[in-house]
Design a protein around this ligand. Structure first.
Ligand code: GAL
Length: 417
C-alpha cells in the first residue's frame, strides 16, 4: 500500500514535470474588450495562445475607450505587479517605456521581419528607443458614420456627406419620430464625435496642426470656433437618455431602428456582425461628413511588461509572434471591424466597409489625410488628450457658446502641454 502511494506520487510528480515542460507559461492580459464584437475578437487571441501552449488569465476592465482599464493598470504597476501584457496605444506606449516598465521583444520582431510586415506609421508607435515593446493587432478607422437605411427611407432622408447636409437630414429624421443621432454621453464618445467634426470642418491640415502638434496659433483660430459651432448643433439631435450610455448600446439603437445614425469607429461593425446584420441592406458605413478623403487611425496594440519569471517571458514572446500571424490578423479583424495591421494580407474575406477602409488608408497616406485619432489616444500625451476630453464634454453637455468652447480649449491645451 505504502509502496503504491509512493509510486503514484512519483508518477504524478513526473507528469507535472513533463506538463510544465510542454507549457509555454501564462499571460495575464489587461484589456477592455467586453462588448459582443470585442469579446469575439479577444477570444480568438485566447484560442490561438491556447493552441500554442500558453494559458490565458483574463484581466478585462469594462469601459469603452479604455479609461477605466488605464486607471486599474496604473494602480497594478505602481504596486509592482503589472500584468504580462496590456492593451496600450499610441504615445502612452512611450510614457510606459520611459518609466522603465516595458520588455523588449526585438528578438521576435527580428525573427519574424516585423519591419518588413508593418507600415512605418504603425511600427514607429510600437517601438521605444528603437526597440519593439508592443505588438499591433489592427488598424481602426474612427471617422465613420453608421446608418440604418430603413429609418432613412421612412423619414424621406438621405445619408449626409457634409455637415451642412447632416443638419438638414437629421431634422427630417427627427420630424419623422426617430432619434437622429445615437450617442452615449461619456467623455470619450463626446470626444469621438468632436474629432469627426474637427476633421470635417477643419480638414486634415488643421487637424494635424491643432490636435497633433498642438500649435497654439492653429488652435486659437476662427476654424476652432467654426468647429464648436457645428459640434454644438449636434446637441439637438441626441436623445435625453444618452448620459452614461455605453457605445455598444448606442450602436444597438441603430441596429434595431430606434435611431438613424451613429458616429463611431469601426469597432461598431463588430456589433452589427454579432447581431447578424449585413452591410448594404441592414446598415451602411460611410465616411463621417466632409471626411471622405481622410482617415483618423487608431491602432490597438498590446505592450509587454518586464517579467522576472522565465516562463512568462517565453509566453510573452509566443503572444507577440501569434499576434502578427496572418491567420490571427485575418480572423481577429473580421470580428473586430478593423483592418489588419500587417501588410500584404488577402482582402477576400473582408466586406465593403473594410475594403473602403483599406483603400482610404493607402490613399490618405499619400495626400496627408492620414491622421492619428486624438480621441483614442493616438495623437497627443495622455495629459493633453485628457484636457481635450474635458473641454469637449463640458461644451457638449452645456449651453456654452462656440466662442467659449474655443477659448476653453486653447487654455486647457496650453496648461496641459
Ligand atoms: C477604442 C479601442 C477599440 C474599441 C473602442 C471601444 O479605444 O481602440 O478597440 O474597443 O475603444 O471600446
Amino acid at each position: 500500500m505504502k509502496q503504491n502511494m509512493k509510486m503514484t506520487s512519483l508518477a504524478a510528480a513526473a507528469f507535472m514535470a513533463s506538463s510544465t515542460a510542454f507549457s509555454a507559461g501564462e499571460v495575464e492580459v489587461l484589456h477592455w474588450w467586453t462588448s459582443g464584437g470585442e469579446a469575439a475578437s479577444v477570444n480568438y487571441l485566447k484560442d490561438k495562445l491556447d493552441g500554442a501552449g500558453v494559458s490565458w488569465s483574463d484581466f478585462a476592465v469594462a469601459g469603452g475607450g479604455g479609461e477605466n482599464a488605464m486607471t486599474v493598470l496604473k494602480s497594478r504597476a505602481i504596486s509592482g505587479n503589472p500584468p504580462t501584457a496590456a492593451q496600450i496605444k499610441g504615445p502612452s506606449i512611450q510614457e510606459w517605456g520611459d518609466l522603465g516598465f516595458l520588455a523588449d521583444i526585438n528578438g521576435v520582431a527580428k525573427d519574424n521581419n516585423w519591419d518588413g510586415l508593418l507600415p512605418s506609421v504603425v511600427s514607429d508607435v510600437m517601438k521605444h528607443n528603437g526597440n519593439y515593446v508592443a505588438a499591433p493587432v489592427n488598424v481602426h478607422r474612427v471617422n465613420w458614420l453608421w446608418s440604418n437605411p430603413e429609418v432613412f427611407r421612412k423619414s424621406g432622408a438621405t445619408i449626409p456627406t457634409t455637415w451642412d447636409d447632416f443638419m438638414v437630414q437629421a431634422k427630417k429624421i427627427q420630424d419623422a419620430g426617430y432619434i437622429a443621432l445615437a450617442h452615449g454621453g461619456q467623455d470619450w464618445q463626446d470626444a469621438t464625435v468632436f474629432e469627426a467634426v474637427v476633421l470635417g470642418i477643419g480638414g486634415p491640415e488643421y487637424y494635424q496642426k491643432a490636435f497633433v502638434e498642438t500649435d497654439m496659433d492653429a488652435l486659437n483660430s476662427d476654424t476652432t470656433t467654426a468647429v464648436f459651432e457645428t459640434f454644438g448643433k449636434l446637441r439637438q439631435f441626441i436623445d435625453s437618455n444618452s448620459p452614461g450610455r455605453d457605445w455598444n448600446v448606442a450602436t444597438s439603437m441603430v441596429i434595431n431602428g430606434e435611431a438613424a445614425m451613429q458616429i463611431m469607429g469601426d469597432w461598431a461593425k463588430g456589433e452589427f456582425k454579432v447581431a447578424g446584420k449585413s452591410v448594404g441592406t441592414d446598415y451602411t458605413c460611410t465616411a463621417a461628413p466632409d471626411t471622405s478623403g481622410s482617415f483618423t487611425f487608431n491602432v490597438d496594440s498590446f505592450a509587454f511588461f518586464s517579467q522576472s519569471d522565465l516562463g512568462n517571458q517565453q509566453a510573452q514572446k509566443v503572444m507577440a509572434k501569434e499576434i502578427l500571424g496572418s491567420d490571427f490578423q485575418e480572423v481577429f479583424n473580421l470580428n473586430k471591424g478593423s483592418i489588419p495591421a500587417r501588410l500584404g494580407m488577402s482582402r477576400d474575406k473582408f466586406d465593403s466597409c473594410a475594403h473602403d477602409s483599406m483603400d482610404a488608408f493607402i490613399a490618405s497616406s499619400q495626400t496627408g489625410g492620414l491622421v492619428p485619432s486624438f480621441a483614442h489616444g493616438m495623437a497627443v500625451s495622455s495629459a493633453v488628450s485628457g484636457a481635450i476630453y474635458d473641454v469637449a464634454t463640458n461644451f457638449f453637455n452645456s449651453d456654452q457658446s462656440a466662442a467659449e468652447g474655443a477659448s476653453q480649449l486653447v487654455s486647457a491645451v496650453k496648461a496641459a502641454k
